[in-house]
Structures are given as structure tokens and as C-alpha cells.
Design a protein around this ligand. Sequence first.
Ligand SMILES: [Zn+2]
Length: 495
Amino acid sequence: MLYAQVMDAGISTDARIAKLITAALDGALTDAQAEQLAQVDRDLLKLAWLAAARRIAEQHQRIGELQAKLAGPPGIDPVTPSAQRPIYTKPPARKRKAKPGARKGHPGKRRPTPKRIDEHEAHRLDRCPGCGGALQRCTRKRTRTIEDILEDLRTVVTEHTVHRDYCPNCKKHVEPVVPDALPNAKIGHRAVALSSWLHYGLGVSISQVRELLGVPFQTHLSAGGLVAAWQRLAEVLEPWYVQIGDEARASAHLHADETGWRMNGRTWWLWCFANRLSCYYLLDPSRGSPALEKFFAEAFDGVLITDFWSAYNAFATERQCCLVHLLRELEKADEYNASAEWQAFAKKLRRLLRDGIRLRKRPDFSPRRYASRIERIDRRLVALAEASYADADATRLAKRLRKHTDALFTFLDYPDVPFDNNLAERMIRPAVILRKISQSNRSEKGAAVQAVLMSVYRTLKLRGHDPLATIDSALRTTLTAGQLPPLPVESVADG
Ligand SMILES: [Zn+2]
């Protein structure tokens, strides 16, 4: 548990991201703020900058139109009522690009605009996808419009003409798959990936996601529309989520942490299981064994790194408890406990922990080379834990040391295992931001979507993949090959 400090981090980071995006959209981003935005995510800075540029371009266009309107067409009195003016003198109907009038949170009242089509694409099968046989050409066809977002944030509207032909062998009509959007979806993969990555990957609120990308969309990019698109994305990516969990369970060491969550007014828990290459989130009503049983099924075979929460005890044969937590606990007691016995106990324990950490940091460290030193550290720990104390804090801490004797210096037996749980805390922090901006989840379905997409985005990032390109290509493959491709492994950086 990391309650207080993460809650604080959540509050400040969440408000900070929102403020930075607003500044960028208003064209008021300072040098320092741009730097901060880049630190959150480099791509987010680029995106905010593009959105601001687009906004400025729209304003220019609006000013231009206004000036043209004021000047009026040559020879025509600008105050002549529109209906009395000959049709050919009127400017072409302007495409409305501005944000619709309804205020944030209110349903849009915009009339459906006539579709702007940027591109046309035809799709026709050469052979039957079922039997591979030749097709009889038919005249049947349908059109489908898909709107997507380009890398420079321009939107492109493509009208797809899908031809249906007849397979005499299968005795049915067949048509090709349009790989640019999920069946019946109106927005393309990039828009779905970009919006969900902003929200679940970076913690940008839905209204700001819409501000960043929603403005030029003709199709409805309502909050509800986005949520529905994300739900379908999560359904498609579910096998990756399962695989992330499998890989986490099969790894040599794994961090675990949990934090409070709200679900439909009830308290739930967000669990996070992570290591260098995988990050798996689980939302569950339980803060104890039932949730851990769901994840682990049986005892974890590697080293489990956690805080001192006892629910973890039953699920790992080897454990490392977070020493940073322990040190923090000492500091906390130091603030009010000045008794000589406590001070002596705390001093001894601190020195012991420091000696263990220092030993591990030696460049030539190996468990075998320093076996006798490690043994001495273990003996000091036992002595400190077994002694009896009159001071309440010393008694309490000694009891904890007794309970976790085997879980304090595991990192000296396994040189890959860290002595703190920082990784899990770092992974759970963005989720805490999301809890605040999305008011947690109103439904279990929403919670499932959140767990899947957060896990996928975190894991892709850990493995060094561009989430947008990866999701876009995975969705295309799913549609053309009928199956989600395997979850990408760690990308090997060049150089
Ligand atoms: Zn066929």
C-alpha cells in the first residue's frame, strides 16, 4: 500500500497534465511547460502542439470568412437579406469546423452535416475467402464511411465501396473485409488507438481527449461514442491481457501492489502485478486472498516483491518485502517516539538494512562470494527480531521482523531482485490518476475495459513499442487474418 504519497502524486500529476494541455491549446505554453509536457510523454507534447496549430488555422479561416462576409461580393449590398440575393453571389456553404455549441457535458445538438469525402476506396474479392474458388461478379455493393486521424492530426474521411459477389460453390454472397476500422465502426483504428492511449495510457480526461482530437470529426466523437469504441478495442485485445498475466506469472520475479478504487459507490481494489517487461492490472472487490487467488491460481514460483501486507504471504515461496517501506516506517515513529530504547532499535535496524544494501551494491557482489557476510546479516536480523522490548514501537517492529525474517534480504540471494517495490508503485500511479479523472468506474464492464487497456499500454511501453502503430497494425491483422497477432516481445533498440 502506498496510499498517501501516491494520492498526492495523483492529484498533482493529474491537475498538471490537464493544465499543460489547456495551456498548449490556448497557445500559451511556456518553455518550461513544454518541457514538462515532454516529460509526461514526448508524443503528447507533439500532439498538443498540433492541436494548437489546428486551432489557430481554424481561427484564421473563420476570420477570413468573416472578412469576406463583411466585404460582401462585389456589387452587392452586404445588408441585402440573404434570401433576396441571387444564389450565385452567395459564398459556398462553409464547413462547420468549430466546436458544436453545446457546453461540455451537454449532448450535442448539431444537425448531421453533409459528409465531406476526402478519399474513395473500392474493395472487391478476387476469390472466395471460404473455398478459394472463382466468383460470379454481381452488381451489389454498399458504401461505408470511415473517418480517421492522420499523424499530423488532420482527419481523413474515406468512402469505402464494398462489392458483394457470388460464390457458386458456397452458394452465397461474399464481400471483402475493410481493414481500416472494426466492423460497423465509424472511426478508424488510429483514432481509437490515439484516444484510448491518451486516456488509459497517459491519464488525459475524456473531455480533453475530445478537445485534442474531437474538433474536426464529422462523425460523433461523443464521450459515449469514445467509451463504446474503447470497449470494443478492449474486447479485441483481451487475449493480450490474458497473455500479459500468463507471462507475469511465469517470470522469475514480480512486483505486486494494490490501492483503493471506487466501483459504483463501493470500495474495490486495483491490483498491479509488474516487472521489467509486463504490467498486469486487476480490478477486484477483494483486497485479500480472493483477488490474489484469481491472479495466481497457485503459488508463484519466483520471488514476489511487495510491501508488508500479509495477504501476499500465502502466494509466494520466496518474497522480498520493500525495504523503503520499512525505512519510512522508522521515520514515522521517529517523529513522535524519542525513547532511548526505540532510538537504539531504529538505529540498529537502519544500520542493518544499509549494510545489506551496501553489500549488494558492491561491483563484485555475488551471493556465493559474500555468503559468510550474508549469513552474518541474517544473524543480526534474527537477534534484533528475537530480543524483547519495553517500547511499543520497537515491539511492533520486532514482531514484523520476526514475521518477515525470510523476506527482508532475499535480494542478497537473488541479484536480479530489487530491495524496494518502486516499480509497482510507479506502475500504479497512472492508474490512480485515472481513478480521479474518470471517477473510477460506474460498471464492472468499464472496469474490465480499463484493466485490459491499461495493462496493454503499460506493457507495450515497457517493451519499447509505439502503442499507436502497434495497435493500428494489430487491429488490421485481426480483421484481415481473422486473429489477433501475438503480443509483441521486447523490441531490441538499435545501437
Ligand atoms: Zn466459396
